[in-house]
Design a protein around this ligand. Structure first.
Ligand code: URA
Length: 232
């Protein structure tokens, strides 16, 4: 972990403060005064600040039921960041693992553990994501093999990975994907002459959304472990 991040994870100081502490030569790593914020703190490194040993807090993992008109980046743009809904300390250190569009609702996973989210969102991981889709036009079971066999999205030379389509009724379906290309579901339905009216993510892997819209909770250790895979 970068040294500035380690300091911020083990104290009340922000990342910016941490850089200043390093510049002011108040941080020592394994007996040597630290000179760069980008230096590394390893598992067995002894890091001190003003001679006090620092112990990094463990990583944090949350689920949030994302409302419409919020975005999954860390900074507010046209819409506010969904991260604003979390009333926890140091929200600026968190990020969303696997984005949803501004208009999409449902399950997003939030963490400060970059390795965990990298592995989780890696295409090699094959992690299933389940979406509830409401369609503008009626759909018949003829569409099932199209999703299963893969589609060539506009501008792409690679077929989409096999997706499972379950038809609830003419306008409501469940769709399970193992990848997350840009606007993927909307583009898939456009390709077969339909349109998405609303989109909601209900499950990622074995982790099922169980909080109301706009609410969040910490993930259990079992949930974190169930989504921990090493794709490196
Ligand atoms: N597919 C989309 O088109 N949008 C999302 O937000 C997620 C999947």
């Amino acid at each position: 972990m970068r040294l500035d991040k380690f300091i911020s994870k083990s104290t009340e100081y922000s990342l910016t403060d941490a850089i200043e502490l390093i510049e002011n030569k108040r941080v020592v790593v394994n007996g040597h005064i630290a000179s760069a914020a980008s230096g590394q703190a390893h598992k067995n490194s002894v890091v001190t600040l003003d001679d006090k040993i620092l112990i990094a807090r463990s990583s944090r993992y949350f689920m949030l039921n994302k409302p419409v008109d919020t975005i999954c980046s860390n900074i507010d743009e046209r819409y506010p960041s969904a991260l604003n809904l979390l009333d926890v300390e140091k929200v600026d250190e968190l990020h969303i693992a696997g984005r949803l569009d501004a208009g999409t609702t449902g399950l997003v996973l939030i963490t400060d553990d970059g390795h965990w989210s990298f592995n989780l969102t890696s295409p090699k991981n094959n992690c299933e994501k389940l979406y509830k889709v409401v369609l503008v036009r009626p759909l018949t079971s003829d569409a099932i093999p199209l999703f299963r066999d893969g589609m060539l999205l506009r501008g792409s030379s690679k077929l989409t990975l096999p997706a499972k389509l379950h038809i609830i009724d003419s306008h409501n379906v469940l769709l399970t994907l193992t990848e997350g290309r840009y606007h993927q579901i909307k583009r898939m339905f456009v390709l077969i002459g339909n349109r998405v009216k609303s989109l909601h993510r209900q499950r990622i892997g074995n982790v099922e959304l169980d909080v109301d819209i706009g609410r969040w909770r910490s993930l259990t250790q079992e949930e974190v472990a169930s989504l921990s895979v090493n794709t490196e």
